[in-house]
Design a protein around this ligand. Structure first.
Ligand code: HEC
Length: 111
């Protein structure tokens, strides 16, 4: 059996968290804070076919900042807009770095 990489586990945790806060945002609730350490994106080991390419490097910090902005209570940007911006940053990196989960990630967007 193929063991999921440390990065795959982190990504699945990010997926589960965003699915949870999508529901909270749609219910008009305050989204839970991120339980994962996103700085691990810089160090987690990836499966063989993946690496920290220039594209990865160009997207990772933009993504982390947008994910953190979702729970920034002082922001004056609409919550749904901040949330969807985060998901679009997931998709931006996935477009070249890991295309398989794109349909699943797209379902996280709030219509
Ligand atoms: C900076 C680039 C980047 C960003 C941003 C990113 N991903 Fe990923 N994602 C990857 C790469 C590369 C992999 C493959 C990792 C591996 O196989 O080790 C991956 C893997 C995954 C997987 C598959 C895990 C598995 O079981 O194999 C899912 C699901 C996923 N990402 C969801 C997300 C979600 C949801 C977000 C946003 C909250 C996100 N990703 C943000 C690059 C990114």
């Amino acid at each position: 059996m193929h063991q999921p990489s440390e990065m795959a586990n982190l990504m699945n945790g990010m997926y589960a968290y965003n699915l949870q806060i999508k529901q909270q945002i749609m219910n008009g609730e305050i989204p839970a804070s991120m339980p994962l350490d996103l700085m691990k994106l810089h160090s987690a080991e990836m499966s063989n076919s993946h690496a920290r390419t220039p594209v990865w490097n160009s997207f990772v910090n933009v993504f982390i900042e947008s994910q953190q902005a979702v729970t920034d209570t002082l922001s004056n940007v609409e919550l749904k807009e901040r949330y969807n911006a985060t998901i679009n940053n997931c998709l931006a990196c996935h477009k070249t770095e890991c295309t398989g989960p794109i349909p699943k990630i797209r379902k996280l967007l709030i219509q």
